[in-house]
Design a protein around this ligand. Sequence first.
Ligand code: OAD
Length: 248
Amino acid sequence: MNTIFKGDSINKGARILANMIKDSGITVILTGAGMDTESNIPDFRGRDGWWKNIDPRQVASIYTFDRDYPLFHEFYSMRIKILEGVEPHEGHYILADLEKKGLIDSIATQNVSGLHSRAGSNNVYELHGNIRTIRCNQCNNEGKLEDFLAGKDCSFCNNKALRPNVVLFGEALPMDAWSRAEEDIKKSQLLIIIGTSLEVYPVSYLPILTKGKIVLINNEDVNANYEFDIKLIGKAGEILKELDKYIA
Ligand code: OAD
């Protein structure tokens, strides 16, 4: 089908999507950084995204962690500080409410902000980890956020190896979150993909697992080697508010 709704037709697309949600037995949401930009967290490949000025392999890789800890530390401290005072926006709360109403089953997210859980969603699979929790890369013990920010060594093994619990380039995804997301998407009758360029493997491959309908909500069209049933092009938060009007 691949029908695109944008501008004045968003309202029609939102109504169609609301009916798709009501008709679906199992609905899964897959989110990316575009879900969080309306909470003032920059995305990666959008107009003002992180990777416009920085090469991800230079800062967000296990290679940098091993060979240039100060650079790794500076980049992740900056990303953690950006989250200070950040709150979920209405779109996050609408998704949490849809779960409470039994209309969506789970959210698989590439975001490390933790905003879905903070908004009240329970079944959240953080495929790229969570930036607010810290562990030691040597002894694997939990660390404190303030110790990481202060550049302290691990208090258990004394190594300079504290790091946020995020997936770095060159690392595997967390097994548990990944297999739950795979399982849910395989069973899903509707998969709604929100705010992602779908450029990063293996998450970009997840949608092919569904036998159900696939919907995109993004502020630009994206390339994928699978068909979308409908695409709603615009701001995620605004589209979710529109959708919410037709859910009641
Ligand atoms: P990207 O930055 O690649 O894509 C975000 C998409 O959301 C882009 O298409 C934006 O245009 C769109 N967008 C931005 N704001 C939006 C809004 N308010 N409403 C709707 N769409 C909006 O982010 P991801 O696809 O999440 O991984 O990136 C995937 C991974 O690449 C990240 O998890 C991170 C990064 O490297 C690691 O660090 C391992």
